[in-house]
Ligand binder design. Structure first.
Ligand code: NAD
Ligand code: 0WE
Length: 266
């Protein structure tokens, strides 16, 4: 029996087979969880329904997180099929493309800043608020996805770094408030992975190469590795973990100088 047997988990953020949310869903399905999914827009609806079928789920709902009504409708619809919910996986982020390239101080706009924070951070607490009743008293767990750009500056990540910093603080405040009713709240800070969200980013291929070379494990991580850690964090195996940011990055964040191999011509 899998370590998520009997758990009902809602996964937001599946857009393609490369999505981190897809790696998470696959691992959770393997471990016996029952899953439900959302799609951002009509363009993605058919695709998400198809993926859900592959993970034995017919529970697929619209949810653009910029729309309060879609968030509340999501949980009232889900409540018709499930009398309780054990987990919510928040696997989405967005900043306008024009914010993610060039000099941070020059390119950042009020509107881009607000959009990035609304979609990438506010949405996590908004979902917790609306999902709270279904999750109460089940020792459930909320999980979101972050990136090292929350803690350190790096080229082009720009306002998304601020939004991830906000998201990580969100994890700690939500953990403090939901802990007394048994709900845990955590984040995975994943290393860079080629997904749709990464495809439009300038020099992403170069960043992946650099990152692999400077990482203790000398490679980038996969959505399956993030998926396994996510399944663990949402399971009772992680019953003592809340308010935590778990790095799944091959150790990249732990070094100050990953490797000199390139310079020493080893
Ligand atoms: P992805 O493109 O596969 O997923 C991004 C998802 O965000 C899509 O499903 C999209 O529909 C959804 N989304 C965007 N705006 C939305 C909105 N308004 N309402 C609802 N959904 C919306 O890319 P991914 O890399 O799998 O990203 C998932 C998460 O992982 C993000 O939080 C991202 O910041 C994080 N992350 C990614 C990497 C990486 O290198 N790919 C590394 C660390 C963390
Ligand atoms: O969080 C992310 C990416 C999130 C993202 C991606 C896009 C591309 C398309 C948010 N908004 C948008 N908006 C779009 O229009 N990552 C952790 C992946 C990522 O993105 C980077 C990175 C890494 C790593 C951008 C610059 C530098 C590094």
């Amino acid at each position: 029996m899998g370590f998520l047997a009997g758990k009902r988990i809602l996964v937001l953020g599946v857009a393609s087979k490369l999505s981190i949310a897809s790696g998470i869903a696959a691992a959770m399905h393997r471990e016996g969880a029952e899953l439900a999914f959302t799609f951002q827009n009509e363009k993605l609806k058919g695709r998400v329904i198809g993926f859900a079928e592959g993970w034995d789920s017919e529970l697929v709902y619209p949810c653009d997180v910029t729309d309060d009504n879609q968030i509340s409708d999501l949980f009232s619809e889900l409540g018709k099929s499930w009398d309780g919910l054990d987990g919510i996986v928040h696997c989405l982020a967005y900043a306008p493309n024009t914010e993610l390239g060039g000099n941070y101080v020059d390119v950042t706009t009020r509107e881009g800043f607000l959009t990035a924070h609304e979609i990438s951070s506010y949405s996590f607490v908004a979902l917790a608020q609306q999902g709270r009743k279904l999750m109460q008293g089940r020792n459930g767990s909320l999980l979101t996805l972050s990136y090292l750009g929350a803690m350190r500056s790096l080229p082009h990540y720009n306002v998304m770094g601020l939004a991830k910093a906000s998201l990580e603080a969100n994890v700690r405040y939500m953990a403090a408030d939901l802990g007394p009713e048994g709900t845990r709240v955590n984040a995975i800070s994943a290393g860079p992975i080629r997904t749709l969200a990464a495809s439009g980013i300038k020099s992403f291929r170069k960043m992946l190469e650099h990152n692999a070379k400077q990482t203790p494990l000398r490679r980038n991580v996969t959505i399956d590795e993030v998926g396994n850690s996510a399944a663990f964090l949402c399971s009772d195996l992680a019953s003592g973990i809340s308010g935590e940011i778990l790095y799944v990055d091959g150790g990249f964040n732990t070094t100050a100088m990953g490797s000199l191999n390139d310079l020493e011509n080893e």
